[in-house]
Design a protein around this ligand. Structure first.
Ligand code: NAD
Length: 331
């Protein structure tokens, strides 16, 4: 049993606490959040204790590992404090607030022996996305030429969340940057056009959507379409186009029921509502991989270096969207 503390009892902390509690090889022992009621709501149903102070996770002898779901500006310091205390870490994305902070974190981690540190790009563990990547890597579609990712949230997060998020590229599109690297490997340039159609986001100088193009070292190109709102729900699709065919991972629904009649054909179910439903299997398999890395020494993926690379692409996309230029990157 890996004894785990969850730090941050917000939207993603809720997902992780439930995933840890349900996992046969893990035990939820502690939930830390300055909002006591939020921590209690996640901890008490599973017999775990709570603390208002994340340091309790680092100093407690009955904690082997921490899952960090605190606000983005706290990630780097929480990762460092946890690893210095000998705890294994699964840290939510982005691993730090900036490329500079992420590189500094990676450099500090390289100076001492520590348990595994994994970054929470859970899409790598989504059964559909993982299978699409495996098929493409095995050559099922021939030479991979184009990758298209659609990622649209049903509605923007709260204003308080947005203020700490680092902007749409570091907060949202970062998943797509990691996914693009998962499929295509090294990326050499980023071109992005940002949209400011939502006055609430524009008033805090953030984009509410973007279309981003990445060029990979292989010569393949990725197109990533994002919006912070989507009337049809949480829209998550990926298409890998190659010289011999394509692999498509479509949206998931609660059932596959479709009604066909004289008026046409229609799906009966909307898309799975948001990340906690759509990626439930991914969070579970991500946790299993993390536990394997801690218990059996299997390689950690995604690594802090993957977290740094995704941030490099996010900052390049931000620069591209603000200057109207293509930004070359070196990872
Ligand atoms: N992988 C994913 O699919 C995914 C989805 C959502 C959010 N996230 C990431 O998770 C992080 C949190 O996002 P969220 O949506 O849960 O935010 P949230 O605002 O819902 O929750 C954050 C929680 O952290 C708590 N907190 C603040 N300071 C703290 C501290 N010092 N110690 C412990 N807890 C503290 C807050 O009180 C709040 O309850 C962000 O970095 C975000 O990018 C990842």
């Amino acid at each position: 049993m890996l004894r785990i503390a969850v730090i941050g009892a917000g939207r993603i902390g809720k997902v992780h606490a439930a995933t840890v509690a349900a996992h046969p090889q893990a035990q939820l022992v502690l939930v830390c959040d300055p909002i006591e009621d939020a921590a209690k709501a996640l901890a008490e149903p599973h017999g775990a204790r709570t603390s208002a102070d994340a340091n309790d996770a680092f100093t407690s002898d009955d904690v082997d590992a921490v899952v960090i779901g605190s606000p983005t500006p706290l990630h780097a310091e929480h990762v460092l404090a946890a690893t210095r205390a000998g705890k294994a870490v699964l840290c939510e994305k982005p691993v730090a607030s900036s490329v500079e902070a992420a590189r500094q974190l990676a450099a500090e981690l390289a100076t001492f022996e520590h348990p595994p540190v994994m970054v929470g790009f859970q899409r790598r563990y989504d059964p559909s996305i993982a299978k699409a990547q495996r098929l493409a890597a095995e050559g099922r579609v021939g030479r991979v030429e184009q990758l298209t990712i659609v990622s649209r949230d049903p509605a923007p997060p709260s204003a308080e969340y947005l203020a700490q998020s680092g902007g749409v590229f570091k907060d949202m599109v970062i998943h797509d940057f990691d996914e693009a690297r998962f499929f295509l490997g090294d990326i050499v340039s980023v071109t992005s056009i940002g949209q400011k159609l939502d006055p609430a986001l524009a008033s805090v100088d953030d984009f509410d959507g973007a279309v981003t193009m990445l060029k990979a070292a292989s010569g393949a190109v990725a197109v990533i379409k994002n919006t912070r709102h989507c009337a049809t729900g949480y829209d998550q699709k990926v298409e890998v186009f190659g010289s011999e065919g394509e692999v498509v991972a479509e949206n998931l629904r609660a059932t596959s029921i479709q009604v066909n009649d004289a008026n046409g054909s229609a799906q009966q179910e909307v898309y799975l509502d948001f990340f906690l439903e759509r990626y439930a299997d991914a969070y579970r398999d991500e946790l299993t991989a993390f536990i394997d890395a801690v218990n059996n020494g299997t390689p950690v993926t995604p690594t802090v270096e993957d977290g740094v690379a995704a941030l490099v692409l996010a900052e390049a996309a931000e620069r591209s969207a603000r200057t109207g230029t293509t930004v070359e990157v070196q990872l």
